[in-house]
Each structure stands twice: as structure tokens, then as C-alpha cells.
Design a binder for this molecule. Structure first.
Ligand code: SF4
Length: 378
């Protein structure tokens, strides 16, 4: 297949693996003293395991799995608030499928649906708009979730609802941004990170410059990467080359997709509809300043938090995570999923305890899908 198969070419992959090994030896990376490279995006985590790159790569390179899975970093309190909205008799609650099974403190959206709540899976916020048009007597709420990749489509649906005067449509906004949690990780004295693989899809929207502070202020290289095996290997090589040359900059391996300055239409829609929240709660990272978006005053009629007096609109919140769940430590790369005491025991894809085991981009799901089940059994 054009645009995919050439990036899965085994000969090219072998050449890159050899070049990585050479560069790793040059900088003295070993199994005991590895170079820690965080892949921020959960999509990259899955590619690494799907293609066995963690096994094939030089032993001196250790992949640290980052917080770039929006479903995984959603705190349980927000799932509880989704359920609370969805259980109102007047509400049709619409959501992407991968959020359905994420556990809340009492139940997931799927369990709420089984108990009678009107919860419908959609493929786009435009589907939710159509449901609102067809059900003028009901309140239709869309679960807006994700990083800068999905933020524009939710913004466009809110703009469209405003144009049509569709006042029975609203968004429970959980859109978050990538650069702020990376700053929080870099400010954590316990984190040892030598470089970053930057997210490909998010960068399509925001471009590469929002990461400049990582190189300028923290002296760490970041390479925005594609999702095929040779994309990832080439990006690792680019990170190692920067380390070997004693420099740190933001580079773009995924230039075939990621424009340097992002997508102006998407950025304009984001700027029109959202503003920064003072802070937003992340699973495993706690409250992070300016890391979440809320709907601007001009579109407040479409803000489900305001409409139902829920979430941040209801005042300060402090909701603990489930005991014995190591999602936060996995989320921040402190431990591997298989080191969680619940992995394969109290937490499996069939009976998940944490979102990382449910989401298609979750690190625990990746370990399980590509060999972790065997590790757990052993
Ligand atoms: S195995 Fe389950 S409980 Fe443990 S970190 Fe992963 S998702 Fe969380």
C-alpha cells in the first residue's frame, strides 16, 4: 500500500536499527545505563509493541510510555460526571466508543446504558448534532474528549449548533493540551528523561513550535514522529544524533503530514470556541495549570457543565482514584504496566480497573495485546 508499506520495509528497518545501535554505543548507552526516550502519544506506544520495536532496538534504549492517551488521563471523577449527566431522563448522552467502558467509581457509561440511560455511540460530534436536530424535545450532550487532534471537530460542531440555534445541544468539554503535561513531567525531579518522540496527530493541528520550550528551557531533544516502524526508528535515531552532538532542538520526522505551523483552519476554530481553564485534573498527574480547555462565554449555552451545574462549574472537587490501581505511575512512565499488581489479575480488558486497559491507545492494553497476557500468566 502506498504511503504505508514503504514505511514498513524490513531492509530499511534493519538499516535504521544498525544505525541506532552504532549511535547508542557512541554515546555509551547500555542496558544498565539506558537512554530514556518518552513516546508521548499512546498511538506510538501501540506501534512500538505491534512491531516489536522494544525487543529489536539496542538494549541501551528504553521507551518510557507517556501520558498521550486522552481516555487514560481522564480522572474517574469526570467519568462519574458523565454518568451523572447521562442518567438524567431528559438527556441523550453521545460519546465515542472507547470511552464507553472506562470505569468510574460506581459504573462506566456502558453499565449506565445497560441500566437504562440513553447513551449512544457516535463516530463524530456531527452525529450528535444530527441526533439533536431529530430530538428537539431532548437534551443531547456530546462527550468532548481528546487532545488538540479532536478539539477542532468539537469546536466546529459548537459553531454549527450556534448558527442553527440548536439550543438542545451541548458539549461536556474534556479537551486537553499536550505541552503542559510534558512541562509538568520535566519539572518532576523524579523523572529521568533524555528525549521525546513527539505526537504526530496533535502536531498536525498545532505544528512543531509549541514544543520549543522543551529544547530551549530543558535542553531535551524532541522529534515529531509518524506511526509506522521506520518512522519511529528514524525518530529515535534523530533523538540519539542530537544527544551525540550535544544539542537539543525540535525536529520534524513526520513532515509529510505535519506542517511546521499546524493547521490554520483548526487553530482558528479552537481559538474562537475555547479558552484555557485555570487548571485541569489529570489522572496520575493531578491538577495541571492551563492544561484544559473550556467553552468561551460566547458559546456558554452549549457548555454542558454550565447547563447542568456539574464538574468545575459546581465548585472545587477532590475525588480519589481507586486504591491499588497504579494507572498514575504507568501514565507518567514511572513503572511498566506489567509492574502494576493488578495487571492480568484484578485488571484485564474484559474486567478493566483502569482506563489504560480499555483505551485503544492505553499502555496496559498495548502490553496485553502484544504479549503482556503471556507475561501475566507466567
Ligand atoms: S493494569 Fe489496570 S490498574 Fe494497573 S495500571 Fe494498568 S489499567 Fe491501571
Amino acid at each position: 500500500m502506498k504511503f504505508a508499506s514503504e514505511f514498513r520495509d524490513p531492509t530499511a528497518a534493519k538499516g535504521l536499527l544498525a544505525a541506532i545501535a552504532h549511535k547508542a554505543d557512541e554515546i555509551g548507552a547500555t542496558g544498565e545505563k539506558p537512554v530514556h526516550i518518552m513516546e508521548i502519544c499512546g498511538g506510538h506506544t501501540h506501534s512500538i509493541f505491534r512491531y516489536g520495536l522494544d525487543k529489536l532496538i539496542h538494549e541501551g534504549i528504553e521507551f518510557i510510555h507517556g501520558p498521550g492517551c486522552p481516555v487514560c488521563v481522564l480522572p474517574m471523577s469526570r467519568v462519574d460526571e458523565c454518568v451523572e449527566i447521562a442518567e438524567r431522563p431528559e438527556v441523550i448522552f453521545t460519546t465515542f466508543g472507547d470511552a464507553m467502558r472506562v470505569p468510574g467509581h460506581k459504573k462506566s457509561l456502558l453499565q449506565a446504558k445497560a441500566a437504562g440511560a440513553d447513551i449512544r455511540m457516535v463516530y463524530s460530534p456531527l452525529d450528535a448534532l444530527e441526533i439533536a436536530r431529530r430530538n428537539p424535545e431532548r437534551e443531547v450532550v456530546f462527550f468532548g474528549l481528546g487532545f488538540e487532534t479532536t478539539t477542532p471537530s468539537t469546536a466546529l460542531s459548537i459553531q454549527q449548533a450556534a448558527r442553527e440555534g440548536l439550543n438542545n445541544f451541548s458539549v461536556f468539554c474534556n479537551h486537553i493540551t499536550v505541552p503542559e503535561p510534558i512541562k509538568a513531567l520535566l519539572d518532576d525531579p523524579h523523572m529521568v528523561l533524555d528525549g521525546f518522540i513527539g505526537p504526530g496527530h496533535v502536531s498536525m493541528v498545532i505544528g512543531v513550535h509549541p514544543y520549543d520550550f522543551i529544547a530551549a528551557d530543558y535542553g531535551k531533544p524532541l522529534v515529531v514522529a509518524g506511526f509506522e516502524p521506520t518512522d519511529l526508528l528514524q525518530s529515535v535515531l534523530m533523538v540519539l544524533t542530537q544527544i551525540a552532538e550535544g544539542r537539543a532542538s525540535v525536529e520534524n520526522q513526520y513532515a509529510r503530514v505535519v506542517p511546521e505551523h499546524g493547521n490554520p483552519v483548526s487553530l482558528a476554530a479552537i481559538a474562537d470556541v475555547y479558552e484555557r481553564r485555570p487548571s485541569f485534573e489529570w489522572r496520575g498527574l493531578g491538577e495541571i495549570d492551563a492544561s484544559g480547555l473550556r467553552i468561551r462565554e460566547a458559546y456558554r449555552a452549549f457548555d454542558a457543565e454550565e447547563k447542568f451545574g456539574i464538574g468545575y462549574a459546581a465548585g472545587p472537587r477532590d475525588v480519589p482514584e481507586i486504591e491499588g490501581c497504579a494507572c498514575g505511575q504507568v501514565m507518567t512512565g514511572r513503572i511498566k504496566p506489567t509492574a502494576c499488581p493488578q495487571f492480568g489479575k484484578g485488571c484485564t480488558p474484559e474486567m478493566p480497573l483502569g482506563a489504560l486497559m480499555v483505551s485503544s491507545e492505553g499502555a496496559c492494553a498495548a502490553y496485553w495485546q502484544y504479549g503482556g497476557a503471556r507475561v501475566a500468566a507466567e
